[in-house]
Design a protein around this ligand. Structure first.
Ligand code: NAG
Ligand code: NAG
Ligand code: NAG
Ligand code: NAG
Ligand code: NAG
Ligand code: NAG
Ligand code: NAG
Ligand code: NAG
Ligand code: NAG
Ligand code: NAG
Ligand code: NAG
Ligand code: NAG
Length: 849
């Protein structure tokens, strides 16, 4: 009891993660073509027309004093004007004539014109042609396209979150109304009840500020979209030119052939009260975090190969142009972008333009944990989410005749617990014409005809779970069908002893069953079984199966107190600033959200997990599942505070995050994948960012830290040697920006310093979005650093600002990262948390050893 068996197969993850890299064109051969993303000097539509937008304010801000609080929120609630679109097609023609001019008479293929967030295009050219393009005076930047991947663990994972019960604030009937969330993912299954728009009696209009469309194809027929699913497109040009797009498997439409995109969309904004029925069992009802929000799908990832930046940028550009309020990305690049800084890559730069437009951008941290600097989401304008466990666990157990109880995993009923059943190993129940020598995998119980029914009937069939299950070559579903065909009372899986260092996951089973996830526990079972056999000394035949057991069911959830905790696969800070990597002065991840064992909608043909094939719901794990939780909550914040900037939304989520698990102790962090539940230290900000998402706190943050596009530009310009790259990506000259704004100076709700040389003063400005309140300031200093915050007490009126000055002074020279925290405690109950992280410290005190 109390053990949570986490399943994850490292080998498989590595195979899946790096497969797309192999497909990537890295060829030195100048005659082979590759996809390049080309940026031009001239400004894109969003910059050109950004200042001209009308504000159409359909919302009333309930909490803030009207008219007083000002944020860096651009005016983007206007109509997407015809002018924008005309300008877009004008830009597209400019791109064509530029290509014609520069590559006069040569062969090339333009895949996309980007015109909204970036003025540029994706084009299939040779390296020589790419060089020609980069020499053109109109061209500012030429980058080789790169591959991206979804951030799930790709293993059938098993336990649950029957509904988003931790979200309690406000009624489901209106939660998220008027907000459109854009998903750049593997598409969607529009037939799923989670996306039905007839669930609610109240009117459910498509927000006026959204102007997206739905593609109509055979896979995605007219009528697929509705007032819930308001937009759906797909972007595959880069993949298609590489010849790896398989239209049978990958669907040349917004339809989700994978399952991942359907899952993430329903986590954020799926309907409330949709029964989760898998393998005939009802696991409760599912609900998105913002069940009244609208979904716009921009498919740019595909089952068989992942995706490419050129397609992802096209998807982001379209989403911004359509007027989405939030973009959710459960994808990360496959490698650190090369160059001056990780922030300068086409995806992050397109997202910077999106943030400039007022769009809140959420990204999965990546599943590359648990080592330091394993983070794959980089930029301060992006809100990065790590994965934590949830408190609900389904655990079952098997009680053996020798009075030993072994815990297991499995969403399956138990046997009659008052009875003990005979255990029969698959190898000992073969039919006459089957031998282990002929069929070495017969122990995996994949074919009932290999077994002697009269031996198994009414007993428990023991099968071995090997790596072949995780590879999809054998399935739990077939094994339990075998047991059923043989009229077994139940099926027991033990870990194949060769599967060392891996932990496995169970799957839903219709019949009584259990999977013993630990190899040590599996040994206990097989030893008991073998020692109970009676074997005829002469014939060497088994004369009696002596082992008996009963399975205690795992359909009812238990509640664990050691939740949330940081999952081992969740990518960790510090945030790499470049590919060496040097560390950035930016805290990553920003927040934790539930990402492990998440029940959500599944595509009817979703193939991402063999064990959920044909099911309506699936249990998935990864930072992919954590990001849409935050996207959904951001929709609730946007609904309540429509004038919040993206930074203000992020601040509300961060400053209110919880630091404690259910038992009241600090949130712990798994730090190894071989035995994740052993030696878990308390999580640091590099494991969990500000902490675990607190839904009701985030809707009532009290104080808010704001920053905007110009601040991010100053930050980028402050990076050594960045001016030409900034010019290349944004067309803007760093000379116009404040060049002394460094990472620690950005007005973030955290302070991160990679190198503290003696002392440093950092300033923060907070804005009060609640009623008048008086705050006192407390802090704990990182080891080796003294901290002084002033003022230590302040009164702040509604809508007013307050500057806080933080003096950090290194008292010890050390290169071991240390952590502290500043807390602002209001007399009206608001608590604002600011994590402090200091890496290298250089003290002026030379007398230290
Ligand atoms: C900026 O673009 C110019 C022209 O394409 C190119 O020569 C230069 O290398 C680029 N600079 C950087 C830092 O990428
Ligand atoms: C947006 O503009 C179009 C075309 O001018 C118009 O039909 C539509 O009603 C406008 N929508 C809003 C919300 O103003
Ligand atoms: C495309 O996928 C289908 C279904 O998985 C497969 O049968 C076919 O061989 C694939 N085609 C190519 C060219 O890979
Ligand atoms: C689940 O939803 C069904 C119908 O949608 C409803 O009848 C049932 O009461 C719900 N169950 C719970 C526990 O909310
Ligand atoms: C198991 O426990 C029961 C009751 O505690 C006892 O009667 C029985 O002898 C035990 N059996 C074994 C094999 O230890
Ligand atoms: C199954 O096992 C029983 C008992 O050992 C035996 O009598 C019977 O012939 C076997 N049947 C097959 C098909 O092997
Ligand atoms: C299976 O083998 C057993 C013993 O070897 C024999 O008695 C039985 O008749 C065989 N059954 C079949 C169906 O061949
Ligand atoms: C179970 O029996 C059905 C019907 O006879 C058969 O189609 C199926 O293949 C069997 N399953 C297994 C795993 O042997
Ligand atoms: C499994 O057993 C071995 C040897 O008995 C022991 O060293 C190891 O720590 C155990 N592993 C776990 C996860 O309990
Ligand atoms: C530039 O930024 C720094 C740090 O935030 C600030 O101290 C300074 O006053 C700013 N300078 C200007 C000209 O805004
Ligand atoms: C930092 O601390 C040292 C002693 O540890 C002291 O001499 C120095 O004045 C302090 N610096 C500041 C800016 O307070
Ligand atoms: C310098 O460090 C030594 C040893 O840690 C300590 O005893 C001494 O008080 C420090 N001096 C100052 C000025 O902080």
């Amino acid at each position: 009891m109390g053990n949570i068996y986490v399943a994850h197969l490292v080998v498989v993850v590595v195979v899946f993660c790096f497969l797309p890299c192999l497909c990537q064109g890295d060829s030195d051969d100048a005659t082979t073509s590759d996809v390049y993303v080309v940026t031009l000097r001239h400004a894109p539509v969003s910059h050109y027309y950004g200042g001209l937008r009308r504000e159409v304010n359909g919302f009333k801000d309930a909490a803030a004093a009207p008219g007083r609080t000002q944020f860096n929120k651009p005016r983007r609630y206007g109509n997407i004007t015809k002018t924008d679109k005309r300008y877009g097609s004008y830009i597209s023609r400019v791109h064509d004539s530029l290509l014609k001019k520069v590559l006069n008479g040569e062969k090339y293929l333009k895949l996309y014109s980007y015109h909204y967030l970036i003025n540029g295009f994706a084009v299939l050219v040779t390296q020589q042609q790419a060089e020609k393009l980069s020499r053109s005076s109109e061209v500012s930047n030429v980058v080789l396209d790169f591959s991206v991947r979804t951030a799930t663990t790709h293993t059938p994972q098993f336990l649950g979150l029957p509904q988003g019960a931790w979200f309690q604030d406000g009624g489901f009937e209106t939660a998220g109304e008027g907000v459109v969330i854009g998903f750049v993912d593997t598409g969607i299954d529009p037939t799923h009840p989670s996306f039905d728009d007839n669930k609610y009696e109240k009117p459910y209009p498509v927000p006026a500020h959204f102007s997206g469309i739905c593609e109509v194809t055979r896979d995605f027929p007219s009528g697929s979209c509705n007032r819930k699913l308001v937009g759906a497109r797909h972007f595959a040009a880069s993949a298609i030119t590489r010849g790896i797009f398989n239209s049978t498997q990958d669907y040349a439409s917004p339809f989700d052939g994978d399952g991942h995109g359907t899952h993430t969309a329903s986590v954020a904004a799926g309907n409330h009260g949709i029964p989760v029925i898998v393998a005939g069992h009802h696991f409760g009802n599912a609900s998105g975090m913002a069940p009244r929000s609208h979904i716009a799908v921009y498919k740019a990832l595909y089952k068989s190969f992942g995706g490419f930046a050129a397609d992802v940028v096209a998807a982001i550009d379209q989403a911004a142009q359509d007027g989405v309020d939030i973009i959710s990305l459960s994808i990360t690049p496959n490698r650190r972008p090369p160059g001056v800084a990780t922030f300068f890559n086409p995806i992050d730069m397109a997202l910077l333009s999106a943030v400039k437009q007022g769009i809140f951008v959420v990204q999965a941290a990546g599943n590359t944990g648990p080592s330091p600097t394993s983070m794959f989401s980089f930029s301060p304008w992006i809100y990065t989410v790590g994965a934590a466990s949830h408190d609900r666990v389904y655990s079952n157990s098997i009680f053996l005749g020798n009075n030993v109880t072994i815990p297991g995993v499995g969403l399956a009923p138990g046997t009659d617990e008052s009875k003990l059943y005979k255990l029969i190993h698959a190898h000992h129940a073969l039919s006459n014409d089957t031998t282990v020598a002929d069929d070495m995998y017969v122990g995996e119980c994949q074919d009932a005809y290999k077994f002697n029914k009269s031996l198994i009937k009414g007993n428990l069939l023991m099968c071995s779970y090997s790596i072949r299950f995780v590879l999809g070559l054998s399935t739990i579903k077939r094994a339990s069908e075998t047991a059923k065909n043989l009229s077994a009372a139940g099926v027991v899986f033990y870990m194949d002893p060769f599967v060392i260092g891996f932990q496995l996951n169970p799957v839903p089973m219709k019949m009584p069953g259990i999977i013993i996830a630990s190899t040590n526990d599996s040994k206990v079972l097989t030893q008991y079984y073998n020692s109970s056999l009676e074997i005829d000394a002469v014939s060497k035949k088994i004369v009696k199966f002596g082992a008996v057991a009963t399975i205690c069911g795992g359909l009812k959830p238990n509640y664990s107190n050691v939740a949330p905790k940081v999952m081992y696969y969740s990518a960790r800070g510090p945030d790499p600033e470049d590919s060496l990597p040097h560390e950035a002065d930016i805290l990553k991840p920003n927040l934790l959200a539930p990402g492990n064992f998440i029940w959500a909608a599944w595509s009817s043909v979703g193939t991402d997990s063999v064990e959920f094939l044909g099911e309506n719901f699936a249990l998935m794990s990864g930072t992919s599942m954590a990001a849409p939780h935050v996207a959904g909550l951001a929709a609730l914040i946007r609904q309540k505070f429509p004038n919040f900037s993206p930074a203000a939304i992020g601040s509300a989520l961060s400053t209110t995050a919880s630091l404690y698990d259910k038992s009241g102790g600090p949130i712990m962090a798994q730090r190894s994948y071989a035995s994740p539940d052993q030696n878990q230290p308390p999580a640091t900000p590099f494991d969990m960012g500000s902490g675990f998402v607190n839904a009701s706190g985030a809707l009532n943050p009290g104080l808010v830290f704001d920053s905007g596009y110009d601040d991010y530009m100053s930050f980028l310009c402050g990076i050594n040697g960045s001016a030409p790259v900034v010019l290349n990506y944004t067309g803007q000259n760093c000379a116009l920006y404040n060049l002394t704004v460094y990472g620690p100076d950005l007005n973030l709700p955290s302070i991160t310093i990679s190198k503290l040389n003696q002392s440093r003063i950092v300033q923060r400005t907070v804005q009060n979005i609640a009623q008048n309140e008086s705050y006192s300031v407390g802090w704990t200093a990182p080891n080796g650093v003294s901290v002084k915050v002033s003022p230590t007490h302040f009164c702040i009126g509604s809508g007013e600002r307050q500057v806080l000055s933080v003096l950090l002074n290194a008292t010890l020279s050390s290169s071991v990262a240390s952590f502290g925290r500043i807390g602002l405690f209001g007399n009206q109950g608001h608590v604002v948390n600011i994590p402090l992280s200091v890496m290298v410290k250089i003290s002026s005190n030379t007398t230290t050893s």
